[in-house]
Design a protein around this ligand. Structure first.
Ligand code: HAM
Length: 414
């Protein structure tokens, strides 16, 4: 067959999809525990949502959006990120006050594909709207930190910075443009262009990192209020025992940020696309979208990058038990038993139709079950034969005891 998935997109198939499912579930549970409600916005929005929200001069809006005209002539864009859409949804719903939303889903950016940089990729994120209290910034950072650790990425560096508020940035921009213009010839072509369009982005340009080490930074231009906010952020992180590194040239690629910006970078992951997640405060975003003043802070984690950073860990087993029906007359009892096991939270399956015992054992292996459970002669005494498919060990067990045996053996895997 010559049909292929589009360039820069991936099919998520087993066994890798098992890790996906496990981590998505963990994300849902974690954000629920932190009091974030679930929120889902459309995968496409009016182009204006991103043009105004994310910013015309950003690389995302300038070069990376999948934009199309629908049959009625509306300009629509596949979402390159979720924050602008979530704020648009909040405003449209007529809500006011604090809103904590968590989401997960695909985003689209027309990028040059490579490992960890995809055209369709998944983001897991939270948005905390309606408060400018520092505890909101801290909670958002903590949720991301907790998740990444739960996922198994313990070797993380949290990088933080403050880019100040609008007037601070204007003052900084002026000084920065002057500084960059004086060194124009030493800068890459991209950075030269950005002096006029988006000078802030030159700060964290990878190709000009050496020159930029000497540049002024936004921290030197913070208003007293923004500086106090940044100090409170650092103190709060220390209190929460979240280690961090100050990165005075971290600015992030989207225009809506003010004050807090941060990224999580795994130390052991050396590929070019290193941040597994990032976020920050965006108190002006609502107004950019035509809404009232509405402070907010959020983060998004790149799910594809998290999985890449986790590497080739053995995936979890797909099933706890696979039922092998040794006596064809017991098929309907086997299906009823499967239903009871599933009701008890056991991941269980069996083959449809009458098949040889050998074929069923083979299927148990292929389906990556932890154990095969034979329903044969001993069923009349309420017993089953269990074969642990990792150790090869075989023993008889009362059918009713199977759920607790499974729970005892599967550990924290699921
Ligand atoms: P972002 O830094 O553009 O921020 O994206 C967040 C994360 O999405 C990145 O750290 C990265 O892991 C992942 N990501 C971005 N582009 C790609 C790609 N092409 N392929 C794979 N992964 C990618 C935002 O999108 C903001 N909305 C985050 C935020 C939420 N700020 C406040 N609230």
């Amino acid at each position: 067959m010559s049909l292929r998935a589009p360039k820069g997109t991936d099919d998520i198939l087993p066994p890798a999809s098992r890790t996906w499912r496990r981590l998505l579930r963990a994300w849902d549970l974690l954000t629920e525990r932190y009091g974030f409600d679930y929120v889902a916005t459309p995968i496409f929005e009016a182009t204006e949502v991103f043009a105004r929200g994310v910013g015309e001069s950003t690389e995302v809006v300038e070069k990376q959006m999948y934009t199309f005209e629908d049959k009625a002539g509306r300009m629509l864009t596949l979402r390159p990120e979720n924050t602008a859409g979530v704020v648009r949804a909040y405003l449209q719903s007529g809500r006011s006050g604090v809103f904590k939303g968590a989401y997960s889903g695909p985003c689209f950016r027309y990028e040059r594909p490579q490992a960890g940089r995809r055209r369709q990729f998944w983001q897991l994120g939270v948005e905390y709207l309606g408060t400018d209290e520092i505890e909101a910034d801290l909670e958002v950072i903590e949720v991301g930190y907790q998740f990444l650790r739960e996922a198994g990425l313990s070797d993380l560096e949290l990088q933080i910075n403050s880019i100040g508020d609008g007037p601070d940035r204007l003052r900084f921009n002026e000084v920065l443009v002057e500084w960059l213009t004086a060194r124009r010839d030493q800068l890459s072509v991209d950075s030269q262009r950005r002096i006029a369009t988006n000078p802030l982005r030159v700060l964290d340009s990878k190709s000009d990192a050496e020159i930029m080490e000497e540049s002024p930074t936004p921290l030197e231009f913070l208003s007293p209020a923004a500086a106090a906010h940044y100090e409170a952020l650092k103190a709060g992180l220390v209190e929460r025992e979240i280690t961090f590194r100050e990165a005075p040239r971290l600015v992030r690629g989207l225009d809506y940020y003010n004050r807090t910006v941060f990224e999580y970078v795994p130390r052991s992951y050396e590929a070019a696309q290193s941040a597994v997640g990032g976020g920050g405060r965006y108190d002006g975003l609502s107004e950019l979208l035509g809404g009232p003043a509405l402070p907010g802070v959020g983060l998004a984690l790149g799910f594809d990058r998290i999985l890449l950073a986790l590497g080739d860990r053995p995936p979890a087993r797909a099933l706890d038990v696979f039922l092998v029906v040794a006596d064809p007359d017991r098929r309907s009892e086997a299906w009823a038993f499967a239903r009871r096991l599933r009701d008890a939270g056991i991941r269980c399956d069996l083959l449809a139709g009458e098949r040889s015992v050998k074929a069923q054992f083979k299927a148990a292996d292929r389906r990556d079950a932890a154990a095969a459970v034979v329903i044969g002669q001993e069923w009349d005494q309420g017993m089953v034969t269990v074969k642990d498919l990792s150790s090869g060990e075989e023993f008889k067990l009362a059918a009713g005891d199977l759920p607790s045996w499974v729970r005892g053996t599967r550990g924290a895997e699921t």
